[in-house]
Design a protein around this ligand. Structure first.
Ligand SMILES: Nc1nc2c(c(=O)[nH]1)N[C@H]1C(S)=C(S)[C@@H](COP(=O)(O)OP(=O)(O)OC[C@H]3O[C@@H](n4cnc5c(=O)[nH]c(N)nc54)[C@H](O)[C@@H]3O)O[C@H]1N2
Ligand SMILES: Nc1nc2c(c(=O)[nH]1)N[C@H]1C(S)=C(S)[C@@H](COP(=O)(O)OP(=O)(O)OC[C@H]3O[C@@H](n4cnc5c(=O)[nH]c(N)nc54)[C@H](O)[C@@H]3O)O[C@H]1N2
Ligand code: SF4
Ligand SMILES: [Mo]
Length: 791
């Protein structure tokens, strides 16, 4: 057995480390208080403006926040929650404000920093510390064998990348990662460059995020995107929120839920944790939100066990079918089922044999709770089910989401107002990036359209996704890792294995705004290419540019930067991609080809004209994107109950239940986001709603589980992951927090916990890391060494 005790410092105080002004201390002993019962309210907004979170000039901050999510401003770069049509004066939330402050800080990394901070020393830093060092403003290069980044010119940087890419045996030896902040224009240009170069190796953050959603919805209804529009929330009778923590991760969704409630909707939350935002909401933009107790949101809270949703959904569907049997012709939407679906008889037969004891074991719920949810579902004419990572990051994620679709289809809850399936996406433009072709498996129709538009021939064989890219780097099949944003090594599972894999690369390149782990764990040679953020004015040859993005409900709109770039040497992502394409493709015998890359950079309208010709639903893109509220992409199931599947029907599916095997004395661990983080970016080491301050090294455990394990709140433990490969994966030194989580289900923070998630633990079909169900053993950590008292 080998042991991976990950060296990444987490929760350690770092003596002698300079901190940004006012940055809160991260210590080994976090302050722990009871969790909050409610979310947001004025403290939320005030908290976001707390200078200790960012150290940003107040004027710059205020100017930006007023422009955020407005028609002539910029789109919040944090999450993908949509904007209502009727925008309020302050159309942002606490976490959107934090994201803006983090990006727009006037603090920049001085050239001397690179001399004083060798790459090996950066590896000893936390994500929090790295992000606090300020904006990246100069391209820097780490030569093979060197431990230092040194500033280089942009020309030198592009030339280094081109040297490596042209030296490969085949273009498939390079992988091109994308994170979901890239604009539609940058993403379209990037995937075109990568495919013109000759590979479909376009892994993205979505592979670790909503890939399971895309797979499940693609198979069943033919489109992997939400079937609802923003206004549908107000028209729903019932909204079921599964595996999602909107109070932290999609805060303005709480406003939509509050409005829906005002119009009579019921809300049900399904979650192992009693998340603050799901229970009660104090709206900071309404008087009673400031003064009163706020709105109680959830009418029912089902505290499901991790991975128990598939059993729950099957049990509810079974009750729907039983109700139909008891009163034939009155419960199911027979007209809809007959005209638009296949598979009802098989589903009926399968659910008839559902083992209710198995359901109770898997869900940890009582029969009455499941009956109550079924009654609510049956009483509602219009039902929306939303979900996020609590459903997508499980081994059985794809069949679980197929069960969401089953339940909705039974009563025609897809393709009518106030009803639908609504995956809530993560990064602000992760959905748009997919629409623009960032996917290792884009369909042939898209690739054909690229060929036709540009007179080129792009490869047809599928490329590598995120997990497979790490495997390819590990075994030497891939030699160059290029990343348009993100922090792949910090975000992917199995940190120790992933870091070893990436370290084998000949070259790693990061296009980034701020430092993170992926700049510290590099290939033999490494480049950091600093880019403009979404808040900044983007000036090119033809004048000021804007970009476009797509939110979680398929609404596309423009985004314009509002403040001066933080440094003179920054390039936009579009400029970086265009210049790189000219340099790399220009070295081929046939030259850089028919694409006018210089025109792409000079005027983003040029890119949008090509998007209009290639991407379905984007016809007339330049005109539509200039409309006041942008436009909504077409969606067959949502708009006309047209299902673009193989047979034109929506598919009810049969999915076999499989219990998660949890040996005695073990817990199932999920990895979640704290309130003061955005993925691998840690704004501050706090998690206000869960009662945690000044630290992240905590594990939340149900008090009864603690008693069974002979542990108590405040104990210090090491978490050992238990996986079939026998590797002892360890996350050491966590403070135990007694917490009202579902029985048998613990939680700790990502990205630190990625050391515990095996690379091979992936969801069926989607290959998404199983970040929400790691079997762990808690072992008492050795007591800290006692310093002998002086004699
Ligand atoms: N402030 C902030 N906003 C963000 C992000 C961020 O890091 N910070 N990240 C963005 C991104 S990329 C994404 S993908 C989204 C993520 O948004 P979420 O999916 O809300 O994020 P997580 O923190 O992973 O929370 C997962 C939730 O699902 C629950 N859960 C876990 N397992 C199960 C299960 O088996 N069943 C059920 N029913 N529930 C379960 C957890 O208790 C938790 O409430 O947020 C986006 N927005
Ligand atoms: N254990 C565990 N692992 C997970 C998850 C989990 O729940 N549990 N969640 C998964 C999910 S849902 C996701 S989406 C992934 C996230 O994976 P990624 O998207 O790769 O990670 P982020 O932390 O969002 O990336 C942050 C970095 O992006 C860069 N950046 C920020 N803004 C910009 C910009 O405008 N342009 C450019 N070029 N760069 C920018 C900054 O350098 C910043 O450090 O992590 C996944 N990993
Ligand atoms: S809900 Fe999401 S997109 Fe909207 S302001 Fe908040 S963080 Fe930004
Ligand atoms: Mo995500």
């Amino acid at each position: 057995m080998s042991t991976n005790t990950h060296p990444t410092p987490q929760g350690t105080s770092e003596p002698g480390v300079p901190r940004a002004a006012g940055a809160p201390e991260e210590g080994p002993d976090p302050e722990v208080r009871p969790p909050r019962q409610w979310a947001a309210g004025v403290p939320g907004i005030l908290h976001a403006l707390d200078p200790s979170l960012h150290g940003m000039g107040v004027a710059r901050s205020a100017k930006l926040l007023l422009r955020m999510n407005h028609q002539h401003g910029f789109d919040c770069m944090s999450c993908a929650w949509p904007d209502p049509d009727r925008r309020k004066a302050a159309e942002f939330c606490e976490n959107g404000a934090k994201a803006v402050n983090w990006e727009a800080t006037p603090l920049t990394i001085h050239p001397a920093f690179w001399r004083d901070n060798p790459v090996s020393s950066l590896r000893g830093r936390t994500e929090h510390w790295l992000g606090q060092q300020g904006r990246l403003v100069d391209p820097v290069y780490k030569a093979p064998g060197s431990d230092l980044y040194t500033p280089v010119t942009w020309e030198q940087a592009f030339s280094i990348v081109a040297d490596h890419l042209t030296a490969l045996d085949t273009p498939d030896q390079a992988v091109f990662y994308t994170s979901g902040r890239a604009s539609n224009e940058a993403a379209f240009a990037y995937q075109l460059f990568v495919r013109a170069f000759g590979t479909n190796n376009l892994p993205d953050c979505s592979n670790m995020c909503h890939e399971s959603t895309g797979a499940a919805m693609g198979d069943t209804i033919g489109v992997g995107k939400s079937t609802v529009l923003y206004d549908d929330f107000e028209q729903a009778d019932l909204i079921v929120i599964m595996g999602q923590n909107p109070g932290t991760n999609h805060p303005r969704m709480l406003t939509a839920l509050e409005d829906a409630k005002g119009k009579g909707a019921q809300i049900v939350a399904v979650n192992p944790l009693p998340e603050a935002g799901l229970l009660r909401y104090k709206n900071p933009q309404r008087p009673r939100g400031i003064l009163g107790r706020g709105t109680q949101l959830a009418d029912q809270f089902l505290q499901v066990r991790l991975g128990g949703d598939m059993a729950l959904l099957q049990a509810v569907s079974k009750r729907v079918l039983d109700a139909e049997d008891a009163a034939p012709g009155t419960v199911l939407d027979h007209a809809f089922l007959a005209e638009h679906t296949t598979g009802l008889d098989a589903l009926r037969a399968h659910l008839a044999a559902l083992d209710e004891d198995e359901v109770l074991r898997a869900t940890g719920l009582r029969t009455e709770e499941i009956d109550e949810l079924a009654d609510r579902y049956l009483a509602a004419d219009r039902v929306i089910i939303t979900w996020a990572m609590g459903l997508t990051q499980h081994k059985k994620a794809v069949p679980t989401i197929k069960e969401v679709i089953n339940l909705l289809l039974l009563r025609g809850n897809i393709g009518k107002p106030g009803a639908g399936a609504s995956p809530i996406r993560g990064h602000s433009n992760v959905q748009g990036d997919r629409t623009m072709g960032i996917w290792e498996q884009m369909p042939a129709s898209f690739l054909d359209a690229l060929d036709a538009e540009f007179g080129i021939t792009v490869p047809r064989h599928h490329g590598l996704d995120a997990v497979d890219s790490i495997r390819a780097l590990a075994d030497g099949r891939a030699k160059v890792l290029f990343a348009l944003g993100g922090n792949l090594v910090g975000a992917i599972s199995d940190t120790t294995a992933a870091e070893a894999a990436v370290s084998r690369a000949a070259l790693t390149v990061q296009v980034s705004t701020k430092l993170n782990r992926s700049h510290a764990v590099t290939g033999d040679a490494a480049l950091i290419l600093p880019c403009l953020g979404r808040t900044e004015i983007d000036r090119q040859g033809s004048g000021e540019q804007f970009v476009s993005v797509e939110d979680s409900v398929c609404a596309v709109h423009a985004s314009r930067g509002a403040v001066e770039p933080v440094g003179p040497n920054l390039l936009s992502e579009v400029a970086i991609v265009s210049r790189l394409a000219r340099e790399v493709l220009g070295r081929r015998p046939q030259g850089d080809g028919p694409v006018d890359w210089a025109a792409f950079e000079r005027d983003y309208d040029t890119i949008r004209d090509h998007i209009a010709a290639v991407v379905p639903g984007c016809e007339d893109y330049n005109a539509k994107i200039r409309r006041e509220s942008g436009f909504v992409l077409p969606h067959g199931p949502r708009d006309s109950r047209t299902f673009p599947t193989s047979d034109g029907k929506a598919h009810l599916t049969v999915n076999a239940l499989e219990a998660i095997d949890l040996p005695a004395g073990r817990l199932l661990l999920q990895t979640v986001r704290a309130h003061d983080q955005f993925n691998t970016t840690v704004y501050a080491p706090n998690d206000r709603y869960r009662g945690i301050k000044h630290g992240r090294a905590v594990v939340f455990v149900n008090p009864d589980d603690l008693a069974d394990l002979g542990l108590a709140d405040g104990d210090r433990v090491d978490l050992h992951g238990e996986h079939t490969d026998g590797v002892d994966r360890v996350l050491p030194g966590l403070r135990v927090v007694a917490y009202p989580s579902a029985r048998g289900c613990a939680a700790t923070y990502f990205p630190e916990a990625n050391v515990l998630v095996p690379l091979d633990a992936v969801a069926e079909t989607s290959n998404t890391p199983v970040s929400k169900a790691v079997v762990v053993r808690l072992e008492r950590a050795p007591e800290p060494a006692v310093v002998p008292a002086p004699a």
